[in-house]
Design a protein around this ligand. Sequence first.
Ligand code: PHE
Length: 355
Amino acid sequence: MSGAVEQVIAGWDGEDVLLRYDRPTGAWIVIAVHSMARGPAGGGTRMKAYPSLAATVEDATRLAQAMTLKWALSQLPFGGGKTVISVPGPLDTEARRGLLTRYGELLASLRGRVVTGPDVGTSPADMDVIHTTGAPHVFARTPAAGGAGDSGPPTAIGVFAAIETTCETLFGDPSPRGKSVVVQGAGSVGERLIALLREAGADVAFSEVAPQRIHHFRDGLGLRFVAPEHLWFTACDILAPCALGGVLTPGTIAALRCRAVVGSANNQLASPQDAALLRDRGILFAPDYVTSLGGSMAIVGQEMLGWSAIQAEAKVRETVATTLAEVYARAERTGQLTTEAAMAIAAERTTAVSK
Ligand code: PHE
């Protein structure tokens, strides 16, 4: 439950929250700038319906905070930011284009303080539209428009590396071969992750809400489908939440029958204290700002630092694997939660850069 907008903003430790009401569509645009300590505020643009403005602002602020950690862990010169656009319902093509154009103009007026890329509900084609306004650093445009394309596939590569590190820690062997993995969400990250896991010989099942995707993966590919209402108590080695955040609550955590949670969704914990509930149940939690840093890292590396797609993949794999191994080792050594260990490592990397 989110409080009032005032409470959400006043209780947040970030820098700025910008609100714009888009009258033609009735959408609210919320730009959250968590920290510009390491550079411009960067993060994706999420578009979906929210129950209230407070819930929209709460999601934007939490997502921006996660981006601060991702950029620091990736050692890239950005600070955490995020835009959340709360739409009243589905928009037709024209209305959507108008909204994205007005949003792009708003970004352009911020003169490079806020940079963006795709996220849940937006695509590289949407980034092309935003970019036409002159907004700087619109990442992950389509290859036809000169961008590196979708950030889902490189995100999945990072999650797969995180699963290998987790298997190594739990079973002494990084290979997920023969391990059961349940992937929640067969979207742009989940789809690619499922393919990587199958290639590696894992026993993969998936959960999904979109009928077309259920049909494709269950009936087309023959994968085991887990109905959403059974997801949280389905026995497996690894549960991979790759849909929306806030899924790990005291209720779902009590039901879990897995050894580890390793997925790409941002902010999987409904609240930070829930990490302790996972530990008490003996479930290893891979912090999501470590597992999911591959998308933004690979795209920015290719578009700004001249990496090839192959180099970007290798960097993502290496960064996620070494960072997560460090997180697990530190948590084990100090008794910290894995989320606390990851934040401590991010803080060290931030200091290392600014020195
Ligand atoms: N959606 C990405 C994330 O949550 C954000 C992003 C993608 C930023 C691509 C830049 C480029 O990490």
